[in-house]
Ligand binder design. Structure first.
Ligand code: PLP
Length: 525
């Protein structure tokens, strides 16, 4: 299987190259040449598998065994999930009990806790694997076959809060990678900031940027400039593990299959809520659309998903596109669900590409319209019909986010993080327009302990220590006992500073490496 660009003007590449490149050279995103499909028999065969084994089956559909052997793939997946609270299950699916206040019984609503990794957000699931895979490819290259390729890569991450910590925590364990986390200073939560600034590995560099006009999107722009600067790239070899990286999307396909198969099991007093083949709904708090794109692909692969609810906050480019057929940018609005404050949801290009019947021509035209005209990209009616068969959008206000957190705690005794609250609230609003009694899986993308100030506000608790036990997590308490290491600058200076800083660090790495090589060869001083 090879990978092609959504913009159609770059050559097809191997899985390895797609992973190392991040973006395709024409600025498009890599997609598999064709999507595999699964049968109900496959699903039955996969039902007893552990999460890592299911991931092995699904990833094998996208990675030819010539690129990485099944055994190596198994090891890397095992290593990726070993740091989770439950390495066999990874994702915890639980039933949200119905309200008993006389209102209509909740249909079968389930919460899929995707946040049991080391940084307590769903990003850990795919990020660890992609990072370890990059390190694996680099080790292999170092081993011989292509000596001219860089022995070390700088991974650049612009983060709205959870990508940076997930990347940093995985990269800290890697030999061949440096991690640069850029974040809009003040716009992410303190626990998120600490998760990046208290790592001890000297290869993690957290950079807070003040006064970003578009929040995280401003940082994305600078990252893209770095990648387009060939002179700089030659000096400092870069890669990206942002959600545009194909590897991230690929691994996120797994949790849709996993949750579906768990609904077919006997859980929470239900004896197999559904039979294999019956449809379900997923509700996804959506920012950069990596997660929802994975769900869309799972549906294209024939996982029986009725619809995916695209749960947006006030930054709702995707919901607008689904409703009006027009994909456009608007100014960023800072919300309580800051990890999905995204103005340019990059992975939506992949979804559009697939829904347009893989038309690179359409993508080129829409990209021009998106960036150059105020109206944005006008999606044609065939594509729009296909999008609407799979996706349904909903916008959730900050007020409803707080209310949902509050209600869910009072009625269900469960503490939601703000993003999961957006997804639950969106599902509840759309439920009347969905066929009755379909089970819904709400993807819980972060632990509430990552967003204490929003949870405090929702539960009307002034004192942090008075938050319910479920809103705390020992991993978060621990990082507040540590000394942060943070590079800080203003957005105006950022472009210049970051180039100089990265060059300085890269130069240092090269010197250290050369002195080691000299020792190995018995030379040196
Ligand atoms: C990143 C993130 C999301 C959004 O995921 P996308 O793939 O970018 O749409 C939702 N919730 C949380 C907590 C996140 O960190």
């Amino acid at each position: 299987m090879r990978y092609i660009s959504t913009r159609g003007s770059s050559p097809a590449v191997s899985f390895e190259q797609a992973l190392l490149n991040g973006y395709a050279p024409d600025g498009g995103l890599y997609v598999p040449e064709h999507l595999p499909t699964v049968t109900q028999d496959d699903l039955r065969r996969w039902q007893p598998l552990s999460f890592p084994d299911l991931a092995l089956e699904i990833c094998s559909l996208f990675i030819p065994s010539g690129v990485i052997s099944r055994q190596e793939l198994r090891q890397l997946l095992g290593k990726s999930f070993a740091a989770f609270a439950s390495p066999d299950k990874v994702v915890n699916l639980l039933h949200l009990p119905g309200k008993d206040d006389g209102r209509r019984e909740q249909p079968h609503v389930f919460i899929a806790e995707l946040f049991h990794g080391p940084t307590l957000a769903f990003k850990d699931i795919a990020m660890r694997f992609v990072v370890f895979l990059l390190d694996f490819f680099l080790s292999r290259r170092e081993g011989g076959s292509s000596p001219s390729s860089p022995p070390r890569l700088h991974v650049v991450v612009a983060t709205t809060g959870d990508t940076g910590p997930a990347a940093a925590s995985a990269i800290e364990e890697c030999r061949h990678l440096d991690c640069w986390c850029f974040f809009p200073y003040g716009s992410i939560s303190k626990p998120q900031e600490r998760q990046m600034t208290t790592l001890v590995g000297g290869n993690v560099h957290a950079v807070g940027v003040r006064d970003c006009p578009l929040g995280g999107d401003s940082l994305d722009e600078v990252v893209i400039e770095l990648f387009e600067d060939r002179g700089f790239m030659q000096k400092v070899p870069l890669t990206s593990v942002n959600s545009i990286n194909w590897g991230r999307v690929m691994v996120q396909i797994v949790h849709y299959f996993w949750c579906y198969l768990r609904l077919c099991d006997h859980i929470a007093g239900y004896s197999g809520l559904i039979e294999i083949g019956q449809e379900v709904v997923f509700s996804v708090p959506t920012g950069g659309v990596g997660n929802m794109c994975a769900g869309y692909i799972a549906r294209c692969m024939r996982l029986p998903i009725h619809r995916i609810v695209c749960a947006n906050n006030a930054n709702h480019a995707v919901t607008r596109a689904l409703n009006d057929g027009c994909f456009s940018r608007k100014a960023m609005v800072a919300t309580h669900s800051s990890a999905i404050d995204i103005v340019v949801p990059y992975n939506f290009w992949r979804v559009l590409y697939l829904a347009s019947g893989c038309s690179a021509q359409h993508i080129q035209q829409w990209t021009r319209q998106f960036y150059e005209s105020d109206q944005g990209a006008q999606i044609d009616s065939d594509t729009l019909t296909r999008l609407r068969e799979a996706l349904i959008g909903c916008v959730v206000s900050d007020q409803d986010t707080l209310l949902t957190i509050n209600e869910c705690f009072v009625n269900n005794g469960y503490v939601l993080d703000p993003h999961t609250a957006v997804a639950l609230s969106a599902y509840r609003s759309l439920q009347p327009s969905l066929p009755p009694s379909l089970p819904c899986v709400v993807l819980a993308t972060a632990h509430p302990a990552k967003f204490p100030s929003v949870v405090q506000r929702a539960l009307r608790i002034d004192d942090y220590s008075a938050l319910p036990a479920k809103a705390h997590h020992p991993a978060i308490e621990r990082i507040f006992l540590r000394l942060p290491r943070l590079r800080l600058c203003s957005f105006d200076d950022f472009r210049a500073y970051i180039r100089a800083e990265m060059e300085a660090v890269d130069g240092y790495r090269v010197r250290v490496r050369q002195s080691k090589d000299d020792k190995v060869q018995g030379g040196g001083f």
